[in-house]
Write a protein that binds this ligand. Sequence first.
Ligand code: ADP
Ligand code: MG
Length: 434
Amino acid sequence: MRVAAICAAVDANVRSEMPANSFYYRDVTTCSGGLILGIESSCDETAAAVVGRGTAILSNVVASQIPLHSPYGGVVPELASREHLRNILPVVRTALAEAGATYRDLDAIAVTEGPGLAGALLVGISFAKSLAYALDKALIAVNHLEGHIHAVLLEEARHNSDAGQEASEGPGPMLALVVSGGHTHLYLAHVQAGAWTYRNVGRTVDDAAGEAFDKVAKLLGLGYPGGPWIDALAPHGNPEAVPFTFSQIKAKVHRKGEPGALDPSESIYFSFSGIKTAMLRYTQVHEMGASIEARRLALAELPDPKPADTLPLCDKRTLDLIASFQRSVVDDLRRKTFRAAERFHAERLLVSGGVAANRELRVRFTAEAGERDLPIAFPLMSLATDNAAMIAAAAWPKLVAHEFADESLTAEPSLALGTSLQAAARAKPAARGR
Ligand code: ADP
Ligand code: MG
């Protein structure tokens, strides 16, 4: 009902802007600004952005739901869907206003198709479909993970244009680590004549790295989401105080034979559930429960607690534990990512997703890339976590290739990106993108 009401509101708003005899020319490569309105609602951010020709960010608006989910220490799907419904229209309107654009100026509307929360995705998709239908604009479906990869490319494009260079389109593959609250995936990405293909060569077998940051922060009585809190506190502790070991995931078995399974002999696996349990055990053995509870209560008293407020509430043991946790996770991500880069002869490394905002991760990845003479790129801090500029950027090659979605577009909560190693070996040449 509420989606229908919002769609009607959009429709009325859009029609008031449409010329009487509307006709929208779609050959964006030759005659227009290539303006794409991106919409993202896969998890806990309602976001809209206007991006020109896949590289020029004219606006990037994000309505975060952090305060809403904070008391629960994680995203509550039903609350997220309702909040997206409330936010989507004002967020889109603000994105257009900040870009100085009207609905009429757009060449396409791009929206996250998946993966993500079904109800949350549906809000963005229903909205984008109604808008595209009412405006007679192209509708483009984008994989959220591809969006994260393009967040890095947006930053590279900005650098290149500042330096007067064209975007790089080398023959060799790029290795992309997408590491967020929902994903820890490695992809080999190729671009040829503007068309992108992806091969999944690594993933977590249980929790995502960002999820481990969030759960560990919750365990220690810190705020939500946990990544920024741990990032801020870790430099105050000794990262070598508590040695954590990561189990090596055996090739066996992991979903061997399942459609989309990775090639066990070549793939890289992550696992972050063990370190969560080790952290819990450490707090129990060292009887940290009372100090954790005291910290939780002290933070609950503050109207808008920030990581800096927690420093006086953490003793040395806690700070050492936080620093050791972060060092272990970052080093596990670093070791396996560079192993994959070597194994698959990657010529560039792209690191994206919310955890790519982590300062220690950026420092340690950059140092190792420097030693190996491997170019590495991260997104702008503001584009590391979920946003819609990355969705509009990933949509640009699809607009040029006329890869449009139709009215059957719906939420794909478990949407995969690209092919797996096994599938790629079976089907030569490799299948296209999504
Ligand atoms: P999701 O789709 O999972 O919401 P985002 O790209 O929005 O993904 O990333 C959110 C995740 O990133 C959360 O798990 C959060 O804790 C983590 N994160 C954000 N900033 C940092 C940081 N500075 N260090 C580590 N993790 C971070
Ligand atoms: Mg998010």
